[in-house]
Design a protein around this ligand. Sequence first.
Ligand code: SPD
Length: 281
Amino acid sequence: MTKEFPANWVFEQYKNTAFGFEIKEVLYSKKSKYQLVEILETKDWGRVLMLDGLMMVTEKDEFFYHETITHLPMALKEGKVKKVLVIGAGDGGTVRELTKYSQIEKIDMVEIDEEVISASQKFLPSLSSKLSDKRVNIIVQDASIFIQNAPNNEYDLILADSSDPEGFAATLIETPFYNQIKSALTENGIFMAQSGSPLLQADELNKTWKNLNLVFPHCELAWSLTPSYPGSYWTYVLASKTPINKAIKQKIQIPDCKFWKPELLEALLARPSLIENILNI
Ligand code: SPD
């Protein structure tokens, strides 16, 4: 049986699957130099940001993703984190979480599309409000170009909060990019990147893991949830030049978290058999 949906329903189609929701209004819609940037007011998910029709964030569930990509590597990092590079992330959610740490002195955020930043600043203040923090340096550039000129041993933490690895983001899972990330990391620095849905993007996850392991001697995989992403179940890869000891280093409660707590670390780093099969380990 099929159901007819009224015109105010929007669907994110990813391959052969769709996620649908009813909207109240289109707040912003503009074709930027790179993609169609849309911010929609929805009935159940708060405001949502979509790029080329693909879901990036919803106000309702963005905390799962942003808290995981920030607090999990911070909990693992030996020693202080002073300088952070964030790739993509123009909505500001990852930067918001990073600014909760007083030890962080500088956050370079490299986002290719300034329309994403300005639309988020206007319509998604709950995510973007900390982009004005004085430690944040916004660079509008393709991250694969930026990283070629980044100084060696510069960043204690590098987070790739990018779109799916297609189009202009495809280079972000290739070995030349990972080699440059490795050079820009401090000796015991940690790289973490979102690596997609194990259910619907298994090939991309396998390629990401394979390429990362060609470059870094120490890699880990973490998982979390994002109900509005295809398949809901989401993965992240981590890499470092030195062994990543999975024991918690910074067991601090972070203010205003809805998902993250240090007690989750061990579970989020455990690999279900589904993941081991995709990674061939
Ligand atoms: N399929 C969606 C993957 C998007 C990952 N990045 C989202 C950006 C949130 N800051």
